[in-house]
Design a protein around this ligand. Sequence first.
Ligand SMILES: Cc1ncc(COP(=O)(O)O)c(C=O)c1O
Length: 362
Amino acid sequence: MQGLSPSDVIKPEVREQTAYTLKHFKADVKLDQNENPYELPDSLKREVVDRVLARPWGRYPEFVPAATTAALAKFTGWNPEGILVGNGSNELIQAALAVTLGPGRTVVIPQPTFTLYKLMSKTLQARIVEVPLNSRDFTFDVPKLVEAARSADVTVICSPNNPTGTLLEQDALVEVLKNAKGLVLLDEAYHEFSGQSAFPLLATHPNLVVLRTFSKAMSMAGLRFGYMMAHPEIAREVHKAKLPYNVNIFTLAAAELVIERQQVLTAAIQTLIHERDRVMDELRRRPLVTAFNSSANYILIRTAQPARAIFDALYAQGVLVRDVSSYPMLDRALRVTIGRPDENDKFLAALDRSLDQVLETK
Ligand SMILES: Cc1ncc(COP(=O)(O)O)c(C=O)c1O
């Protein structure tokens, strides 16, 4: 850049951050992004294409996608006026933080958690108060969270938390909601695997904002779709920070059809929950591995070896997991997504070989 350096124009809070990136390694067994390994049926995909072919591609989508919002209102039981749709829930995280945070505003973020929250909060120049999870089992430190929420404009909670898989119990969430000064942004990206949702609390707690995604249990990560449920007055304000026409007609059609046919996903979700419990039992039989309780479709593990060495040894055998050892408190930790039973078996066998190899080369 001739004559102009990034430090002249880019905010220092942005320059000091590392971008949210992921190298796309190719692998036979891909267990690194908490996706659903079961694709939607081809017949359903074709129906989406037919619906989209019947619409003009040269015209914008509706300003407010009324049909999708109505379908979501029916699906969730929430007031359509309090529902916003996004190009992935990431976009709604950005919009919700954009209308609440800025210099002089405070956000509470438990750590470790989904990194986008801190990155966005920094970009918006907010004051960040980090509340560490309990180091023994990565459960939420509820008294500290409640205390911090008392003076925060936004309190972020991912439940189940990524990458630890820990759930915030409903009574603890109520405690946070009752004491929070500002909004409580509850990210339920993995709620389908947890058997718990904060949904029943929405009607009685106007400071609760629930974020959900179609990228995980709903098997639509490639199409980018997420939604927010909040008090209509809050939704109206967040709407102002969303880009117009943010969700394209293809994704809207797919989301509507997946909601209509939601039963096509039931068996896959049940299998994944069952597999998570099976893989957890298997891991707990291995003395060299610590596996932490998970209410999501992934498991956080720790071994005595450097995470990178185990990651590389797994990858050499065609199994891709996520090295999360650079997250706060997650030294020597890896996160493994639950795949199909055959994929999980390959992971377990590859893990055993990796542990042997890494021990031998020490
Ligand atoms: C907690 C959490 N929230 C949001 C997202 C992003 O979801 P989306 O694909 O809807 O943007 C993820 C993805 O990994 C996540 O783990």
